[in-house]
Design a protein around this ligand. Structure first.
Ligand SMILES: Cc1cc2nc3c(=O)[nH]c(=O)nc-3n(C[C@H](O)[C@H](O)[C@H](O)COP(=O)(O)OP(=O)(O)OC[C@H]3O[C@@H](n4cnc5c(N)ncnc54)[C@H](O)[C@@H]3O)c2cc1C
Length: 229
């Protein structure tokens, strides 16, 4: 199998990931290397909200910090809109994920030569925000994209617009439908990951890139009847 950008398109994959921001890139890197993975983006690999993120990433790794404190701050800032299981999962996974990003080569700012630098910002009650100057998102996705392009099991398909899930008669997900090179194509996949980012473009004023149109949320609504909703 050749490395990097796909030129032809197989119709069967172990995993198809829609979206190549930080979430899609990282998901691709977390999968076992014997899986054949297709990573799709409707734009170019290097354009995403992740690339534009500037401020930093919150993780409770300071000696005076803890996951319960981070959860409490998040719920308070969320004024009733946050789901506790989701917040707890994200907070508890943050520290190992930062370790993993550092191991992959992401260069967060440090105090002196050793300790990761953390700032206290916004609703955080402890120093908790890691950054790479004011280009944290770019520092992360640049390394993740480099790593993805080196993996022989991951194919990257830019300018591929995911339209819909391919649902079987029982409502199970069997793959996806997309537009690529002017034609609609249907690909079978053992699993589909929707990592298409946010929907900032629903607002008249937004700092999000044009691609943030909430496509994955709209696509996932096809599954709601299966969930009894
Ligand atoms: C200006 C700005 C500053 C920010 N600063 C911070 C910060 O300091 N700290 C912080 O934590 N967060 C920050 N954020 C938020 C953060 O960037 C996002 O929450 C995060 O990057 C989302 O990552 P993602 O991988 O889910 O989505 P994205 O990075 O948006 O990636 C979405 C991917 O999905 C693809 N896609 C979308 N629809 C389709 C489709 N139909 N078919 C195929 N591909 C599709 C896109 O092409 C893209 O590759 C900031 C955001 C912006 C815009």
């Amino acid at each position: 199998m050749s490395i990097g950008i796909a030129r032809s398109l197989d119709t069967r994959w172990d995993v198809v990931i829609a979206g190549a921001g930080a979430a899609g890139l990282y998901a691709a890197l977390c999968l076992p290397s014997h899986y054949r993975v297709l990573l799709l983006t409707k734009d170019e690999l290097r354009l995403s909200a992740s690339d534009w993120a500037q401020g930093g990433i919150a993780a409770a790794i300071h000696p005076q910090d803890s996951a319960p404190l981070h959860i409490a701050d998040t719920l308070k800032a969320g004024v009733g809109l946050c789901e506790l299981p989701a917040v707890a999962y994200l907070v508890e996974q943050a520290s190992p994920c930062i370790e993993s990003l550092v191991a992959l080569g992401v260069e967060f700012d440090r105090q002196g030569d050793q300790q990761l630098a953390m700032t206290r910002e916004a609703a955080h009650s402890r120093p908790r925000v890691l950054h790479a100057a004011d280009r944290t998102g770019r520092a992360v996705v640049t390394i993740l994209a480099e790593q993805v392009l080196q993996r022989r099991n991951i194919r990257v398909l830019p300018q591929a617009f995911v339209l819909d899930l391919w649902l079987g008669a029982a409502g199970d997900c069997q793959g996806i439908g997309l537009v690529w090179e002017g034609a609609v194509r249907w690909l079978r996949a053992g699993a589909v990951v929707l990592a298409t980012g946010g929907g900032g473009q629903v607002f008249a004023q937004t700092t999000n890139p044009r691609l943030s149109t909430g496509d994955g949320v709209a696509i996932a609504t096809a599954l709601l009847p299966n969930c009894g909703i």
